[in-house]
Write a protein that binds this ligand. Structure first.
Ligand code: DGL
Length: 272
């Protein structure tokens, strides 16, 4: 079991920011990443549809005998995590919301905490509940930033257009009284826009990215279950996409932070 890969999935390529943190923390592990590029975005779809898609993605990965599933998509983590955990037990299923909320509470223990995410994540209120679960009454405000997903996919990470969009979304949050102390990047695509978001948010607000804390949570489970892969053998990284493998490789590099060979991205059909 220790030698089996860790399965990661997302609605598209944004979850590669989570894979990047996982590879950095767990360099000996093998990873199989699945991006449902044919059906992105999930963030504007209903909870039922997102859950159906997520079950198909998780099933495709468990068929490949993964030892753990990492839901690298905030929207799926927000609406479908308990269903996935029940359906795919005993394979551990880790989402990004609880680790992200933990990081936010550490960054701003008294709040206020601002969350930016997709429409689906904001509506579901999963970050708000995860912060409440820390047992303290911390003020939380949320803002859906759907356009961030499209501009990140276009590679429009900085410059006038990215800044104007960031101001449009962040200004209402920045005008809140008292002003937020931490801002959670509650969507896989947003870390790619970190420089622009930080510029607009200003130096007094800590930006929180759940990728790091998710990687820590995954490492903890591997240790507890004694299923860490031994070092010394070169690990493989496999990429699966439901559409446009060439685009996955080209744009995915921005999120993964390293080149992806287009020939290494396999086209898969989740509905067959
Ligand atoms: N992966 C999604 C998330 O983290 C963003 C992209 C989408 O809407 O599918 O919420």
């Amino acid at each position: 079991m220790s030698d089996a890969a860790i399965g990661i999935f997302d609605s598209g390529i944004g979850g590669l920011t989570v894979m990047r943190a996982l590879v950095a923390r767990l360099p000996d592990e093998e990873f199989i990443y699945l991006g449902d590029t044919a059906r992105l975005p999930y963030g504007t779809k209903s909870g039922d549809t997102v859950t159906r898609y997520a079950v198909q993605a998780a099933a495709a990965l468990t068929k490949r005998k993964v030892k753990m599933l990492v839901v690298a998509c905030n929207t799926v983590s927000a609406v479908a995590l308990p269903a996935l955990q029940e359906m795919f037990a005993p394979v551990p299923v880790v989402g990004v919301i609880v680790p992200g909320a933990e990081a936010a509470v550490t960054a701003a223990p008294k709040g206020p905490i601002a969350i930016i995410a997709t429409e689906g994540t904001v509506k579901g209120g999963a970050y708000v509940r995860a912060i409440e679960d820390h047992g303290r009454s911390i003020p939380v405000i949320q803002q859906a930033c759907s356009l961030f997903v499209s501009i990140a996919e276009e590679g429009l990470l900085d410059g006038g257009i990215a800044e104007a969009i960031a101001r449009r979304y962040l200004d209402p949050l920045l005008a809140a009284v008292p002003k937020p102390k931490a801002l959670v990047l509650g969507c896989t695509h947003f870390p790619a826009l970190k420089t622009t978001i930080a510029k607009v948010a200003g130096p007094d607000i800590k930006l929180v990215d759940s990728a790091e804390t998710t990687a820590k949570a995954v490492e903890k489970i591997l240790r507890e279950k004694n299923i860490k892969r031994a070092g010394g053998k070169k690990p493989s990284h496999t990429f699966l996409a439901t559409d446009a493998p060439d685009r996955f490789a080209r744009v995915g590099e921005i999120f993964l932070g390293q080149p992806i060979d287009p020939g290494s991205v396999e086209l898969v059909d989740l509905q067959s």
